[in-house]
Design a protein around this ligand. Structure first.
Ligand SMILES: Nc1ncnc2c1ncn2[C@@H]1O[C@H](COP(=O)(O)OP(=O)(O)OP(=O)(O)O)[C@@H](O)[C@H]1O
Ligand SMILES: [Mg+2]
Length: 485
């Protein structure tokens, strides 16, 4: 008998169902959601379970069977209500009042061992009142891509949601952007919250400032707890959200990540990254690199991400004006560039090996690095991972060792920018003693993984799944990502 055919078991013994569930969002009342039912799927094959997250929930991976995952997150047994959240959003700059969870729902909210509340949200669990013309489903490839992105970004230090499970569900789907029919999956995402900017925008549209305020109080109570008793808590909330979002974008930019669809329904009110649809890691440094094939005007290209997120934060001021002084929000948003610049600089210098670099050459090095990556079109990730691989203390002794390191850069000898880069890098290294050089080597190794999810890498693991149902390459890739290889 295959796992998919096993009979149902006593759910009171399923550790995934006996977690500390809290009806936090449910307690707000049904202005915020619709109760929905999950699709009954013809098949349930567990393709991914994120055991790394189980211990965060106080669970021992050995005590949680694949069948527990399937019963909870494929058959959706034993939990109610399942809540499709109501939201609107600016999509590609235009306001869309017909959104909401159209292929997912809030499955439940759990208190983790760190004391924080986390959401389990589904994707691909069937139609809801917000499905419009859609089938409510997620393709298997879409599930695979989101699992991979979340794990990779997490390992790269990006504040991101993670996938908790992904189950193949046995349906044939038709999609314009995948060879069809294509296989289906249902994914469960663990995130800090599924409340989006768009949940607030909806109440502005409906002219319900009372409901906006109730939601904002809820958000502060659960996700900005340290502000609850502050006199200016609402203005402080907005200022902190600006900071969180600015730092998140800096994390994407340093990681060479293009989210692809930064609509306001894909912006979390906790400043966490989520929804990995048509994303891509940039092959080379190109500000106009665009991930989504349907983003005809490059609105969400790699280099526009800081401005777009700033714009999204500005749009959020509209609903929040009912509660927060506009001048306070303007002042909060004015700090976006400073937060972004400081965090981006810190992360890029770290990729270059320096946890702390207060020397005057730091900014020159950063500028030369970007100019070189942009002009030479050397692989963005390759540049850093090769640097980590070939770095040695000799780089401090002799600039020629850096310069003539043709392994790191095929284009090296021909670029005046790179010549200057080598001179500056060498000069900076001379501020450090030998012990510190060892720390730089470790920093380079830790922050520049060899395994990067460039599109050909994803395609290479998808092909064996699609052609012969071979999941080994997927498993190996996740393992490499998780062990920062
Ligand atoms: N196949 C589908 N069936 C029904 N609704 C869909 C489908 N695909 C997308 N939608 C809806 O279209 C809107 C935009 O989709 P988008 O891809 O940003 O979100 P999503 O990926 O479905 O969910 P999430 O943002 O939680 O990752 C959402 O309201 C979503 O629910
Ligand atoms: Mg979305």
């Amino acid at each position: 008998m295959t796992l998919a055919e096993t009979p149902n078991h006593d759910n009171s013994l399923n550790p995934l169902l006996t977690l500390n569930y809290e009806p936090a969002l449910e307690s707000l009342g049904d202005d915020y959601y619709d109760e929905v039912a999950a699709e009954e799927f013809p098949q349930h094959i567990l393709r991914w379970r994120n055991d790394a997250l189980l211990s965060d929930l106080g669970l021992n991976a050995q005590a949680v069977t694949d069948e527990h995952f399937i019963n909870a997150f494929g058959k959706f047994q034993g939990r109610k209500p399942l809540l499709a959240l109501r939201y609107h959003g600016y999509q590609f700059g235009n306001y869309n009042p017909y959104l909401g969870d159209g292929r997912g729902f809030l499955y439940g909210q759990v208190r983790a061992t760190n004391g924080e509340l986390y959401d389990f949200g589904t994707k691909g669990s069937g139609r809801t009142p917000y499905s419009r013309g859609g089938d409510g489903m997620l393709t298997l490839k879409g599930g695979v891509r989101e699992v991979l992105a979340a794990e990779a970004l997490h390992q790269m230090g990006v504040r991101t949601s993670r996938c908790f499970s992904m189950i193949e569900t046995g349906l044939s789907l038709w999609r314009g952007d995948e060879p069809s029919p294509t296989r289906s999956s249902v994914m469960v995402r663990m995130s800090s919250s599924h409340i989006r900017f768009g949940n607030f925008e909806r109440f502005h549209y409906l002219q319900r400032p009372d409901l906006t305020k109730k939601l904002l109080d809820h958000v502060i109570e659960y996700y900005y707890r340290h502000l609850v008793s502050q006199k200016d808590k609402y203005a402080l909330f907005y200022a902190e959200l600006v900071q969180r979002v600015a730092e998140l974008v800096a994390q994407w930019m340093a990681a060479g990540f293009c989210h692809g669809v930064l609509n306001t329904d894909n912006m979390s009110i906790t400043g966490e990254s989520f929804d990995y649809g048509p994303y891509a890691f940039i092959p080379t440094y190109d500000p106009y690199f665009t991930a989504a094939y349907f983003d005809y005007y490059k609105r969400y290209c790699y280099g526009h991400q800081p401005n777009i997120c700033q714009w999204n934060l500005e749009m959020l001021q509209e609903p929040l004006k009912a509660i927060i002084e506009p001048t306070d929000m303007e002042a909060g948003l004015a700090s976006f560039n400073e937060y972004y610049g400081t965090e981006y600089r810190r992360l890029m210098l770290r990729k270059l090996g320096f946890e702390q670099l207060n020397h005057p050459e730091a900014d020159e090095l950063l500028e030369l690095t970007i100019t070189f990556l942009k002009d030479s079109q050397v692989g963005y990730h390759l540049f850093f991972s090769e640097m980590a691989r070939t770095f040695s203390s000799k780089w401090r002794d002799d600039p020629a060792c850096v310069l003539h390191n043709s392994e790191i850069l095929p284009a090296a000898g021909t670029s005046a920018t790179f010549d200057n880069w080598c001179i500056i890098y060498h000069k900076i290294l001379n501020h450090f003693d030998l012990d510190a050089i060892e720390v730089i080597a470790q920093t380079l190794a830790q922050h520049n993984p060899k395994t990067v999810l460039l599109r050909p890498v994803i395609e290479s693991i998808w092909q064996p799944i699609a052609e012969v149902n071979d999941w080994q390459y997927f498993t190996d890739l996740i393992h490499q990502i998780q062990s920062k290889q």
